[in-house]
Write a protein that binds this ligand. Sequence first.
Ligand code: TXA
Ligand code: MG
Length: 361
Amino acid sequence: MRTQIISMNEETMDKDALAQAGRIIKSGGLVAFPTETVYGLGGDALQEESAARIYRAKGRPSDNPLIVHICRMEDLPALVGQVPEAAKKLAKAFWPGPLTMVFQKSEKVPRATTGGLDTVAVRMPGHKVALAFIEAAGGYVAAPSANLSGRPSPTAAKYVKEDMDGRIEMIIDGGGDAIGLESTIVDLTAPVPVILRPGYITKAMLQEVLGEVLVDRAIMESDSKRPPRAPGMKYRHYAPKGELTILSGRQESVVGEINRRTKQKQEKGEKVGVIGTEGTVADYLADSVKCAGDRKDEEAIAKALYRILREFDEEGVTVIYSECFGDTAGDGLGQAIMNRLLKAAGHRLEDVSEVVLAKSL
Ligand code: TXA
Ligand code: MG
């Protein structure tokens, strides 16, 4: 299959191309499109065969449910029956935007789309091209992130092309820059709303609208201990090809320990990559050193993370060390960054303050 690539941004919307993209979806095809978080791989949410095609294109297990993307609040009731009060409040505060809500599903949503679940995840993305595309496609676009299963979510159209060229009908290149991490997912089917995946919309922001909000404890723990409630969170996706370890502790300890390990690995013939920050990148000895941004600028780090992991793959890096960003127990964007980084690292996180301290005594 030849994959057609069309470019437009929020200012240069191409009506004809959008209509063509809409026809592709309606006839059961797949179109990758930009959102304000990461690129999505869209298919018709109401056609069973479209969901099957999405799973095939991604190489993804079909028990991993898809998010249904909508472009108008009026389209929500058809998917979920009764819209809970909490959802109305959250939609008012955060839609269109990087928030996904989980509801009881209606008959209209095929189980092929929800990975066999009785619930459905819905999001109205905050990107004008995405909204226009969803409208052209009939209003209901099921879309996972547009990466091959096991690869980081694509933060630019060129990464979608890397993974999806020849597998789907069209890629809409939206240019611009995205948040870089997937949407926050909140489950509204429980008595108290539960965050299933942390993201740009933080717990504090949700609590301001809803009052009490819980966080699924499986989010930050290693995958084996407890099954997470968002089925997709159990897979070790976002994984780079190189073995990633996160080192935390005082800055000098982390830099020193990463350099010590780097030398050891290089002697064994490994190619080492490091994810550092503005104040530290000059001090690393690795083969490939990437700057995630200013340590205090979580938005910059969120934007850079998946790009850096993909670049390491391209460069053939076999071992990766990363500094630790933000507080795993905190609830800002740092928590979302660490959630993705920990998954990519298969939960290898070591505090090295003690190690280096002991050596220097
Ligand atoms: O920002 C985003 O959410 C991006 C863009 C494209 O919208 N999409 C995205 O989709 O990240 P995906 O498929 O890569 O991740 C969807 C997550 C998975 O972890 C999945 O298990 C969870 O949402 N999910 C979907 N439906 C669910 C449901 N009914 N109940 C619980 N979790 C659900
Ligand atoms: Mg994904």
